[in-house]
Write a protein that binds this ligand. Structure first.
Ligand code: DLL
Length: 437
């Protein structure tokens, strides 16, 4: 059923009204931020001593940018704009690349996050009649608890399985007639292989939709998953510094992710000079929290690259859509001087019918040169002993990749289930070139 709303008034109010509220909330957020030593200094240095110093939304350009490293340097104290006894939960980022960032929430923050999540899932067609299996990690990772609270708030039957344990996931999906799953795209690809080897039949499952996010994936991967499982896949974007999931979510038109602009002020900036790019052009996503009380963040650089999709969505929501994340400012690979984004490689692979559900990009040194090897799982039925056929597939993958990324990668074919599967976010790139490359 299209055009369902959870908070119709907020979702469909006029742009004018939305921006009027954004300005008020921005001024409040600045005042809140000014109660922390960190932002008091930053804002005062920029000549801002009160929220009222911002007279219009575009005055945000005078507010200093916040970088991830600054938040890291505040660990574990972080930013607290409320009394400690008001705080009821904290989350940290995964910190795989060093010290994590910490975000605190009070009761209102947890409630508004649940509302944003419920609103997102209703936009993607979920309702109280659905059985929702939440296959992402519960704990500090925001995917599990974030979606869980939203799903309960909207009234779905929630199965809080958490990540991993594929045979149990499949059994629960089968036994409880799960209609919607939440997972990472790499995990849902992997789960399909597990389904094929299990006692369960796809036709017996009740699955209709999947909400997938937390890691980049291409439109080809969405199409592949939709075809394999016979479901609709909706893209979900967020980051722990902006609560987690529930920042941007696709509606039933699946044409970009509505960013909840009553809660997050959205900017797309040139990553080099932090100037706004024209609407519709690619830039780095930068967000300011508008509602969060315990840890307000101003102009937080995400490093994620996307663009605002111009125009209004058919669903009637006023909140603007962002395109699929095309990469991060820090995930670009430089291979023998050529710039390559992992997403380009994925987009090519997932369009090739023989390619299975997992792949990995491997970088190493070969003398002075970089060597890239793309390891690809292909379906087991292709390992028939016909070497000519395998060689044809390998060279087809190689030439399609070459057409997209200019360089000639080595391509290795692997059997299903032979490449590593991560518990959380997929590790797609293994770079063994050492620090000087
Ligand atoms: O991954 C929050 C989340 C959980 C989002 C579940 C969606 C679903 P972090 O661990 O802080 O938070 O990682 C945030 O993951 O800056 C992006 O680089 C990437 N990311 C998240 N969603 C998407 C997506 C959660 N749909 C970082 N497409 C972000 C591409 C995504 N990248």
């Amino acid at each position: 059923m299209k055009n369902r709303y959870f908070q119709k008034e907020i979702e469909t109010e006029s742009r004018e009204k939305l921006e009027e509220n954004q300005l008020k909330d921005l001024q409040n957020t600045i005042d809140r931020a000014l109660t922390t030593g960190f932002y008091r200094k930053k804002l005062n240095d920029a000549g801002i001593t009160s929220g009222k110093d911002l007279k219009k939304l575009s005055d945000i350009s005078g507010v200093p940018i916040t970088q991830k490293d600054e938040l890291r340097s505040l660990y574990p104290e972080g930013l607290k704009a409320v009394a400690p006894e008001e705080i009821i939960r904290l989350h940290t980022s995964s910190g795989t690349t060093g010290i994590p960032t910490v975000i605190y929430h009070n009761r209102n923050d947890i409630q508004s996050w649940a509302e944003l999540m419920a609103r997102s899932m209703v936009a993607a067609g979920a309702g109280p009649e659905d059985v929702f299996q939440n296959m992402t990690g519960y704990g500090l990772f925001t995917g599990g608890l974030g979606m869980h609270y939203g799903a309960e708030f909207l009234g779905m039957t929630v199965i809080p399985t958490g990540s991993g344990n594929s045979s149990r996931q499949l059994r629960l999906m089968n036994d409880f007639r799960t209609t919607i799953v939440h997972a990472t795209p790499s995990y849902l690809l992997h789960l399909y292989d597990q389904l094929e080897e299990s006692e369960y039949e796809l036709d017996d499952l009740a699955l209709k939709k999947a909400f997938l996010g937390a890691e980049p994936y291409s439109e080809s991967t969405r199409k592949k998953l939709e075809a394999l499982w016979g479901i609709d896949v909706y893209n979900s974007y967020g980051l722990s510094e902006m609560n987690g999931p529930g920042v941007s979510f696709e509606c039933e038109y699946k044409n970009g992710m509505h960013t909840w602009e009553d809660a997050f002020l959205l900017e797309t900036l040139d990553p080099e000079n932090h100037q706004p790019v024209p609407e519709g052009e690619s830039g780095e996503l930068v967000f300011t929290t508008l509602k969060r009380e315990a840890t307000p963040l101003l102009r937080y650089r995400t490093r994620d690259i996307s663009r605002i999709i111009p125009g209004v969505c058919e669903c009637g929501r006023v909140h603007r859509r962002i395109d699929r994340i095309s990469g991060r400012t820090d995930d670009m690979l430089i291979i023998n001087g050529v710039n390559v984004f992992p997403s380009q490689i994925e987009a090519v692979l997932m369009k090739i019918p023989e390619v299975g559900t997992n792949y990995q990009i491997h970088l190493a040194k070969d003398g002075a040169l970089d060597r890239i090897t793309v390891k690809v799982e292909i379906y087991s039925k292709l390992f028939t002993g016909d070497l000519g056929q395998l060689e044809e597939i390998r060279s087809r993958i190689r030439s399609r990749l070459h057409a997209s990324i200019i360089i000639h990668p080595r391509v290795e074919l692997h059997e299903p289930g032979s490449l590593p599967v991560a518990q959380g976010k997929a590790v797609r790139v293994v770079d063994e070139r050492g620090g000087d490359s």
